[in-house]
Design a protein around this ligand. Structure first.
Ligand code: TRP
Length: 454
């Protein structure tokens, strides 16, 4: 008997709880850590514009497709495809999602570990009295070391596992609900300080003025990967979450609201970083994965109450990372629990151990394993690239094809309209996007970037 039939399946409760949980998954290090550094590496404004286009035309439709699948099947990512398309190969999408979940957990926990360490540095007032060069050096020394980054990474993975263990309702909903609005406020405050620093205007120009000569197939694939990563789509995290949504949730509105919130937070992070960066005389492509950890301490030092603001910032960023990592770990845990009947406790333990094992290699990418590279990419970059720019877009492509071409029109419509209770205003647009635009666009971007089309 499946969990669904036994009626014991855990679920989300309030409307705000649902949006908060989905937004909690979407909003995380992807917005605040990853977005600024990939914008920096990919030339600024033009990348931003392409990214926004992708969120609107591809991201929101993929997210809504995941919601439709998850809530219809009420199963984990793999089980959902088995339920809707029994006896077919579609559940392979679920397998890909589980692989992607491991890969993402591994490198995500590296950066979350850095965040926890920077929280600790904030608490001990460790930025005080250091200039820009010293702050950069402090980060670089930490990044290449062995013990501390791995230690904090393990703490993060344990925290994620503890929340997962407390179950869906009590765990995810409670932690997601309260804190995101505070993060938004803090980012506004940091942005205000950043744009009022001397020489900061160039940063806004970099972020908002598109220079289309900067676009090539790699940059475009990067924008697609960033859109998918940031929205948590393409690997079934939102299939898993929407399997816990009640039948009254308005799926289209939820997809729209979550995506808008996600974009707003990313752009705010950009405004907090780039003006400050130009003011400090740093180059946008310079920071790499360490960008925010090098730039933001400089901003904290120039803000009244910076000591407290830096603590609050790293606490909130850690929590944003947690509400995202639980959505990633939940994909694997729900799969193990529902498909193999493993107790939730053990499923969580197995997943956490496996993620920690792969994760250590990521964390040591700049230190002990710096010589392990493929095509100039270290282990961290390889895993990030494989997940964000390959697994998620391919997963998203298959998901829209599944909803657009395999599922019946009537089923999709029933799910989106809550069995006819809601009036569907944009159904035609959505259908057109998932049947034609999204599959063709993703395929072209992808083939172009790996050089098959040219
Ligand atoms: N979107 C999250 C962030 O921006 C990360 C994340 C959570 C994710 N769940 C995911 C990324 C599923 C890809 C797929 O930090």
């Amino acid at each position: 008997m499946s969990l669904k039939e036994s009626g014991k399946r855990d679920g989300f409760t309030s409307k705000f709880g649902i949006i908060a949980a989905a937004a909690g998954s979407a909003i995380g290090l992807g917005n605040i850590w990853r977005f600024p550094y990939v914008v920096g590496e990919n030339g600024g404004g033009a990348f931003l514009l392409v990214y926004l286009g992708f969120v609107l035309l591809l991201g929101i439709p993929v997210m809504l497709s995941e919601f439709v699948i998850g809530r219809k099947a009420k199963r984990n990512t793999f089980g959902a495809f088995k339920e809707i398309a029994p006896g077919t190969l579609w559940p392979i999408i679920g397998v890909m999602g589980i692989v992607a979940a491991f890969v993402i957990l591994a490198f995500y926990s590296t950066i979350a570990g850095w965040t926890l360490h920077y929280l600790y540095i904030s608490v001990i007032n460790g930025f005080q009295g250091r200039d820009t060069a010293e702050l950069t050096l402090m980060f670089e020394k930490f990044q290449i070391s062995t013990f501390l980054p791995v230690f904090w990474q393990m703490i993060f993975i344990i925290l994620t596992a503890v929340i997962i263990l407390s179950g869906v309702k009590k765990g995810i909903e409670k932690y997601s609900k309260i804190l995101m609005p505070f993060l938004l406020l803090l980012l506004v405050a940091l942005s205000v300080r950043s744009v009022t620093l001397p020489g900061s205007f160039e940063g806004l120009v970099f972020l908002f003025k598109p220079d289309f000569t900067k676009l090539d197939s790699t940059v475009i694939l990067g924008a697609l990967g960033q859109a998918f990563f940031s929205l948590s789509i393409g690997m079934g995290a939102l299939i898993t979450y929407s399997s816990y949504f009640p039948s009254r949730t308005n799926l289209s509105n939820t997809a729209f609201e979550v995506s808008i919130a996600d974009v707003v937070i990313a752009i705010l992070a950009g405004i907090a970083i780039f003006p400050a960066m130009f003011s400090l005389g740093m180059q946008p492509e310079q920071g790499g994965a360490g960008l925010i950890f090098m730039v933001l301490p400089n901003v904290f030092l120039q803000i009244p109450g910076g000591y407290f603001i830096s603590i609050a910032f790293f606490i909130l960023l850690s929590i944003a990372a947690l509400t995202s990592s639980i959505s990633i770990m939940e994909v694997v845990v729900a799969f193990l629990v529902e498909e193999f009947n493993i107790l939730r406790r053990y499923a969580t333990l197995i997943t956490a151990f496996a993620a920690a094992f792969v994760g250590v290699f990521c964390t040591l990418s700049w230190g002990a394993f710096e010589n392990v590279t493929i095509g100039g990419r270290n282990i961290f970059d390889m895993l990030d690239f494989t997940a964000s720019n390959v697994l998620l877009p391919v997963g998203g492509l298959l998901i829209v094809i599944f909803v657009g071409w395999y599922m019946s029109h009537a089923d999709v419509k029933d799910e989106m309209s809550n069995q006819g209770a809601l009036k569907l205003q944009v159904f035609g647009v959505f259908r057109f996007l998932i049947k034609f635009i999204a599959p063709v666009a993703i395929a072209i971007i992808f083939l172009n970037a790996i050089g098959i089309l040219n």
